[in-house]
Design a protein around this ligand. Structure first.
Ligand code: COA
Length: 165
Protein backbone atom coordinates (compact mmCIF):
# COMPACT_ATOMS: atom_id res chain seq x y z
CA UNK A 1 0.00 0.00 0.00
CA UNK A 2 1.44 3.36 -1.01
CA UNK A 3 -0.55 5.67 1.27
CA UNK A 4 -2.17 5.47 4.70
CA UNK A 5 -5.37 7.42 4.34
CA UNK A 6 -7.64 8.65 7.08
CA UNK A 7 -11.08 7.04 7.22
CA UNK A 8 -14.08 9.21 8.09
CA UNK A 9 -17.66 8.27 8.81
CA UNK A 10 -20.04 9.56 6.18
CA UNK A 11 -23.47 10.99 6.94
CA UNK A 12 -26.34 12.24 4.83
CA UNK A 13 -24.50 15.59 4.72
CA UNK A 14 -21.91 13.89 2.51
CA UNK A 15 -24.48 12.99 -0.14
CA UNK A 16 -23.23 15.76 -2.53
CA UNK A 17 -19.77 14.16 -2.48
CA UNK A 18 -20.92 10.55 -2.50
CA UNK A 19 -23.29 10.72 -5.47
CA UNK A 20 -20.80 11.93 -8.13
CA UNK A 21 -18.23 9.33 -7.01
CA UNK A 22 -20.90 6.65 -7.02
CA UNK A 23 -22.02 7.55 -10.53
CA UNK A 24 -18.44 7.68 -11.83
CA UNK A 25 -17.75 4.23 -10.38
CA UNK A 26 -20.99 2.41 -11.21
CA UNK A 27 -22.03 3.78 -14.58
CA UNK A 28 -22.25 0.70 -16.82
CA UNK A 29 -21.77 -1.59 -13.83
CA UNK A 30 -22.88 -5.17 -14.64
CA UNK A 31 -25.36 -5.32 -11.74
CA UNK A 32 -27.08 -2.00 -12.29
CA UNK A 33 -26.79 -2.24 -16.08
CA UNK A 34 -27.57 1.45 -16.51
CA UNK A 35 -25.55 3.47 -18.98
CA UNK A 36 -27.32 6.79 -18.49
CA UNK A 37 -25.97 8.86 -15.59
CA UNK A 38 -29.25 10.60 -14.73
CA UNK A 39 -31.11 7.30 -14.83
CA UNK A 40 -28.55 5.63 -12.58
CA UNK A 41 -28.73 8.58 -10.18
CA UNK A 42 -32.50 8.36 -9.97
CA UNK A 43 -32.31 4.62 -9.42
CA UNK A 44 -29.64 4.51 -6.71
CA UNK A 45 -30.23 7.73 -4.78
CA UNK A 46 -32.92 6.31 -2.43
CA UNK A 47 -30.77 3.39 -1.28
CA UNK A 48 -27.62 5.52 -0.96
CA UNK A 49 -29.56 8.04 1.13
CA UNK A 50 -30.86 5.28 3.39
CA UNK A 51 -27.36 3.87 3.80
CA UNK A 52 -25.92 7.30 4.64
CA UNK A 53 -28.64 7.75 7.24
CA UNK A 54 -27.29 4.75 9.16
CA UNK A 55 -24.07 6.75 9.81
CA UNK A 56 -22.10 3.53 9.18
CA UNK A 57 -20.77 4.39 5.73
CA UNK A 58 -17.13 5.34 5.49
CA UNK A 59 -15.06 7.44 3.14
CA UNK A 60 -11.56 8.62 2.40
CA UNK A 61 -10.82 12.18 1.38
CA UNK A 62 -7.88 13.75 -0.39
CA UNK A 63 -7.92 17.50 0.32
CA UNK A 64 -11.68 17.50 0.98
CA UNK A 65 -12.35 15.50 -2.19
CA UNK A 66 -14.03 12.14 -1.58
CA UNK A 67 -11.88 9.55 -3.32
CA UNK A 68 -13.16 6.31 -1.83
CA UNK A 69 -16.28 5.11 -0.03
CA UNK A 70 -18.09 2.08 1.33
CA UNK A 71 -21.88 2.17 1.31
CA UNK A 72 -23.32 -0.23 3.84
CA UNK A 73 -26.21 -1.22 6.05
CA UNK A 74 -26.50 -2.97 9.37
CA UNK A 75 -29.03 -5.80 9.41
CA UNK A 76 -31.75 -3.74 11.13
CA UNK A 77 -31.58 -0.83 8.70
CA UNK A 78 -31.35 -3.27 5.80
CA UNK A 79 -34.57 -4.92 6.93
CA UNK A 80 -36.24 -1.53 7.29
CA UNK A 81 -35.28 -0.58 3.74
CA UNK A 82 -35.41 -3.92 2.02
CA UNK A 83 -37.53 -2.87 -0.95
CA UNK A 84 -35.51 0.25 -1.60
CA UNK A 85 -32.22 -1.62 -1.49
CA UNK A 86 -33.17 -4.74 -3.41
CA UNK A 87 -35.70 -3.36 -5.83
CA UNK A 88 -33.81 -4.80 -8.79
CA UNK A 89 -32.47 -7.96 -7.22
CA UNK A 90 -35.19 -9.38 -4.97
CA UNK A 91 -33.78 -12.91 -5.26
CA UNK A 92 -30.95 -11.85 -2.99
CA UNK A 93 -33.14 -11.01 -0.03
CA UNK A 94 -33.51 -14.50 1.46
CA UNK A 95 -29.80 -15.10 1.03
CA UNK A 96 -28.69 -12.00 2.88
CA UNK A 97 -31.33 -11.44 5.49
CA UNK A 98 -30.62 -14.45 7.74
CA UNK A 99 -27.04 -13.30 8.18
CA UNK A 100 -26.71 -10.75 10.97
CA UNK A 101 -24.06 -8.10 10.55
CA UNK A 102 -23.15 -5.67 7.83
CA UNK A 103 -24.23 -5.67 4.20
CA UNK A 104 -21.60 -3.91 2.12
CA UNK A 105 -23.62 -2.71 -0.83
CA UNK A 106 -20.88 -0.80 -2.65
CA UNK A 107 -17.17 -0.26 -2.40
CA UNK A 108 -15.70 2.35 -4.73
CA UNK A 109 -12.52 4.26 -5.41
CA UNK A 110 -12.10 7.16 -7.84
CA UNK A 111 -10.32 5.99 -10.98
CA UNK A 112 -7.25 8.17 -10.47
CA UNK A 113 -6.64 6.62 -7.05
CA UNK A 114 -7.08 2.95 -7.89
CA UNK A 115 -4.46 0.24 -7.38
CA UNK A 116 -3.02 2.06 -4.37
CA UNK A 117 -4.68 -0.21 -1.82
CA UNK A 118 -7.47 2.19 -0.86
CA UNK A 119 -10.33 -0.31 -1.28
CA UNK A 120 -8.33 -2.92 0.64
CA UNK A 121 -7.67 -0.40 3.39
CA UNK A 122 -11.38 0.42 3.73
CA UNK A 123 -12.29 -3.27 3.70
CA UNK A 124 -9.72 -4.07 6.41
CA UNK A 125 -11.14 -1.25 8.49
CA UNK A 126 -14.65 -2.70 8.19
CA UNK A 127 -13.40 -6.23 8.96
CA UNK A 128 -11.78 -4.97 12.16
CA UNK A 129 -14.93 -3.19 13.19
CA UNK A 130 -17.68 -5.67 12.30
CA UNK A 131 -17.97 -9.37 13.00
CA UNK A 132 -19.99 -10.47 9.99
CA UNK A 133 -19.92 -8.85 6.59
CA UNK A 134 -21.79 -9.81 3.45
CA UNK A 135 -20.81 -8.14 0.19
CA UNK A 136 -21.84 -8.45 -3.39
CA UNK A 137 -19.11 -8.65 -5.93
CA UNK A 138 -19.54 -8.32 -9.64
CA UNK A 139 -16.04 -8.36 -10.97
CA UNK A 140 -13.26 -10.91 -10.73
CA UNK A 141 -10.70 -8.28 -9.78
CA UNK A 142 -12.43 -7.33 -6.60
CA UNK A 143 -13.32 -10.96 -5.83
CA UNK A 144 -9.61 -11.60 -5.26
CA UNK A 145 -9.56 -8.75 -2.72
CA UNK A 146 -12.27 -10.55 -0.74
CA UNK A 147 -10.71 -13.99 -1.19
CA UNK A 148 -7.40 -12.76 0.22
CA UNK A 149 -9.24 -11.69 3.36
CA UNK A 150 -10.93 -15.01 3.98
CA UNK A 151 -14.36 -14.24 2.56
CA UNK A 152 -16.19 -17.25 1.20
CA UNK A 153 -18.69 -17.37 -1.61
CA UNK A 154 -22.20 -18.00 -0.37
CA UNK A 155 -23.94 -17.55 -3.68
CA UNK A 156 -22.71 -17.62 -7.19
CA UNK A 157 -24.54 -16.32 -10.20
CA UNK A 158 -23.13 -15.65 -13.64
CA UNK A 159 -20.30 -13.11 -13.05
CA UNK A 160 -21.75 -12.25 -9.69
CA UNK A 161 -20.82 -13.45 -6.25
CA UNK A 162 -22.26 -12.95 -2.82
CA UNK A 163 -19.46 -13.31 -0.29
CA UNK A 164 -19.39 -13.42 3.49
CA UNK A 165 -16.95 -13.27 6.31
C1 COA B 1 -12.96 -2.41 -7.26
C2 COA B 1 -12.33 -1.13 -6.70
C3 COA B 1 -13.12 -0.66 -5.50
C4 COA B 1 -10.90 -1.47 -6.25
O1 COA B 1 -10.33 -0.33 -5.63
P1 COA B 1 -8.76 -0.16 -5.45
O2 COA B 1 -8.52 0.86 -4.40
O3 COA B 1 -8.13 0.04 -6.76
O4 COA B 1 -8.38 -1.61 -4.89
P2 COA B 1 -7.00 -2.03 -4.21
O5 COA B 1 -5.90 -1.16 -4.74
O6 COA B 1 -7.19 -2.08 -2.74
O7 COA B 1 -6.83 -3.47 -4.79
C5 COA B 1 -7.40 -4.58 -4.14
C6 COA B 1 -7.18 -5.84 -4.90
O8 COA B 1 -8.15 -5.96 -5.90
C7 COA B 1 -7.56 -6.52 -7.07
N1 COA B 1 -7.65 -5.53 -8.14
C8 COA B 1 -8.19 -4.28 -8.03
N2 COA B 1 -8.19 -3.69 -9.25
C9 COA B 1 -7.65 -4.59 -10.12
C10 COA B 1 -7.38 -4.56 -11.52
N3 COA B 1 -7.68 -3.50 -12.28
N4 COA B 1 -6.83 -5.65 -12.07
C11 COA B 1 -6.51 -6.74 -11.33
N5 COA B 1 -6.74 -6.80 -9.99
C12 COA B 1 -7.29 -5.75 -9.40
C13 COA B 1 -6.15 -6.90 -6.71
O9 COA B 1 -6.19 -8.21 -6.20
C14 COA B 1 -5.85 -5.94 -5.61
O10 COA B 1 -4.93 -6.40 -4.69
P3 COA B 1 -3.35 -6.28 -5.02
O11 COA B 1 -3.12 -4.90 -5.56
O12 COA B 1 -2.72 -6.54 -3.69
O13 COA B 1 -3.09 -7.32 -6.05
C15 COA B 1 -12.23 -0.02 -7.78
O14 COA B 1 -11.63 -0.57 -8.94
C16 COA B 1 -13.60 0.55 -8.15
O15 COA B 1 -14.08 1.49 -7.52
N6 COA B 1 -14.23 0.01 -9.23
C17 COA B 1 -15.56 0.48 -9.68
C18 COA B 1 -16.64 0.11 -8.70
C19 COA B 1 -16.66 -1.38 -8.44
O16 COA B 1 -16.58 -2.21 -9.35
N7 COA B 1 -16.76 -1.74 -7.13
C20 COA B 1 -16.77 -3.12 -6.72
C21 COA B 1 -18.07 -3.77 -7.00
S1 COA B 1 -17.96 -5.48 -6.76
Amino acid sequence: MQMKPHIKNLTILNKPQVMPLFLDCFINDPIYQIADRAELEEYVTPSVEKALETNLCIGIFDNHKLIGACILFDSVSLLDNINTVFGAVPYMIPKILPIAGIYLMNIMVAEKYRRMGIASYMLDYLINKHNHIVADVDNKNSLSMYNKRGFTIIELDKDYWLVRK
